[in-house]
Ligand binder design. Structure first.
Ligand code: G4P
Length: 547
């Protein structure tokens, strides 16, 4: 600030604040925020663990993985995950690598939790797609990639499990291109597979990294040999080298050379081959994310786009998780910082409620523990403890009215009515459902007339999760029963009278969701269509962004 006189008392802080834009720009530039997308069992958990191990964030292999054997693990906050061995809750991990701050957002792989996954993917700047090279593109890979494509999220691909008998690598690339409709630019190329897996050839560097099994190696220091024509290689692997040269020629001719702009536009994916369990190829993935994946970019906030380097703090909530620590009955809103600098103790405005919140207790998610956060920048995820007043999609700023877009809820496809075995637990049931509804674990509809709550889900497993969580976290033994409802639509209109007439006349099938939005619960597709025709002044929506 040039207007400050030298003897002004504010001199120090003024010059510090003059430095803030540069500081913010520097911090934003070194942030990488990504999520892993994969079909269950492709190796996401294993890879996550190796990424963390490799970055020095955790010392012992098996920490993330341990959830499957029932021990405590960082990415396992929920009992049900242990039981099922599928990642239900998404978690967030932050670590440093090569002077970059990497935020890794875990996503549930199971399709029944795709809504949660979708919302997590709105908070990332790039994605790592893990493919089981023995299986190729699987159902869930296709769906998740479609989600990434909606936002043109750049994607790095990892072909995993090369230490096993896999499918032909050329065929894998071909499948990626034809099924996922994304250009492939192989960056490494495998030499053999299964028992004869020798390593990978780096097409851009002309180096060969020799494979050695051994999952506890954290340094990833595999032997590197320069040059595909190096005589040493010929001596070591006479058979494989001829094959490799042939394949490399083919690949170079048939595939796309890596192009950073195409990658950033989400049109092309660099492809790496490796073996997560052997930590082989993990460093290359991490380097690709740091070197090529984008730092936080501009985000649409309805009235304008927000640049991550702007000084004022802004962000949005993309996920709520209750009872992460059952001992404390806490509830955390996961907020993605979109701009500015967040400091502990600062006051921010919760824009939906128009309320100022002093954020004195904020958690960040280091790989091994939850820690108090002192500061955060665009791309970082901070956890705001709250008592249920924050909702998915809520925007925060230092005062400016903004609404970050693109965090949707989908109209559920499956419906259940809830009954409890012990009527004395009705209060706990309502509290539990209200909280789980706000969390987005399930959608809860309260009909305007008639008391029975209706639950809606995108996948049926969600009901099981809710039943289990109601029991474990709220002490409610609930029974879920079928209902006559077959679809739901959110309803809006500028015509207030039409809305209230609608409520009055169709009260049994008109309900409010956990965020207080009006919805119509249809008994059949015909019923839905007729209702839409009869109420032309109302709009019926299959998705809603936020309240
Ligand atoms: P997910 O989170 O995507 O569901 O996959 P996860 O990492 O749990 O891996 C699924 C299975 O694949 C695990 O075996 C894991 O050990 C194995 N796996 C992961 N990466 C590799 C690899 O590079 N090579 C080989 N050969 N296997 C790999 P599991 O038998 O289901 O579990 P576990 O008994 O090993 O824990």
């Amino acid at each position: 600030n040039e207007n400050v006189t030298p003897d002004n008392n504010d001199d120090v802080s003024a010059s510090a604040s003059a430095k803030t834009p540069a500081l913010i720009a520097r911090e934003v530039a070194r942030r990488r925020t990504f999520g892993i997308i994969s079909h269950p069992d492709a190796g996401k958990t294993t890879l996550t663990e190796k990424l963390l191990l490799f970055s020095g964030a955790i010392q012992m292999a098996g920490t993330v993985k341990a959830r499957k054997s029932g021990r405590h693990a960082t990415s396992d906050w929920m009992e049900i995950e242990k039981q099922r061995g599928i990642s239900v809750a998404s978690s967030v991990m932050q670590f440093e690598f090569r002077d970059h701050v990497v935020n890794l957002l875990d996503t549930p792989g199971h399709q029944d939790f795709s809504e949660d996954t979708y919302r997590v993917l709105t908070a990332v700047d790039s994605a790592l797609m893990v493919i089981d090279a023995a299986k190729g593109v699987e159902a869930q890979t296709i769906k998740l990639l479609d989600v990434c494509r909606m936002r043109n999220t750049p994607i790095v691909t990892f072909m995993n499990k090369m230490d096993r008998e896999t499918r032909d690598p050329l065929e894998l690339l071909d499948e990626l291109e034809s099924v996922l409709k994304i250009q492939c630019a192989p960056v490494t190329w495998p030499i053999g597979m299964g028992k004869n897996f020798r390593g990978v050839y780096h097409l851009l560097n002309d180096t060969i990294m020799l494979f050695k099994a051994g999952e506890e190696r954290a340094d990833g220091a595999f032997e590197i040999i320069e040059g595909i024509d190096n005589p040493r290689l010929q001596e070591m692997f006479p058979l494989e080298m001829d094959q490799l040269r042939m394949e490399v020629e083919l690949v170079k001719g048939a595939s796309h050379p890596f192009d950073l702009q195409e990658f950033l536009a989400g049109v092309q994916t660099p492809v790496f081959f490796g073996s997560a369990i052997n930590n082989f190829g993990v460093r290359e993935i991490l380097s690709a994310l740091v070197d090529w994946a984008p730092a936080p970019r501009e985000r649409d906030a309805t009235v304008r786009a927000v640049d991550p380097k702007e000084e004022p703090f802004t962000g949005f909530v993309f996920k709520i998780q209750a009872n992460m620590d059952p001992a404390h009955r806490d509830r955390i809103a996961f907020l993605r910082v979109c701009s500015g600098r967040f400091e502990r103790g600062m006051k921010v405005k919760h824009l939906r409620l128009g309320r100022e919140v002093k954020v004195s207790s904020v958690v960040t998610f280091m790989a091994s523990t939850r820690e108090q956060v002192e500061e955060a920048y665009a791309g970082d995820i901070i956890g705001l403890p709250n008592h249920g007043n924050m909702q998915i999609g809520d925007s925060f700023s230092e005062g400016e009215m903004l609404t970050f877009t693109g965090i949707p809820f989908f109209a559920p496809d499956f419906f259940r009515q809830v009954r409890i075995r012990n009527p004395l637990k009705i209060k706990q049931l309502h509290k539990g459902l209200q909280q789980l509804g706000e969390e987005g674990a399930v959608q809860v509809f309260k009909p305007v007339q008639g008391g029975e709550l209706v639950l809606g889900a995108v996948g049926v497993l969600q009901f099981e999760v809710v039943a289990s969580r109601l029991l474990n976290e709220y002490g409610v033994d609930a029974v879920f029963e079928g209902t006559s409802i077959s679809s739901a639509r959110w309803v809006s209109s500028d015509d207030k009278k039409a809305l209230s007439d609608f409520e009055d006349q169709l009260g049994h099938n008109v309900a409010y969701d956990a965020a207080g939005n009006l919805a119509y619960l249809a008994t059949s597709s015909v019923n839905l269509r007729l209702t839409q025709e009869r109420w032309p002044k109302l709009q019926f929506h299959a998705t809603r962004e936020h309240s």
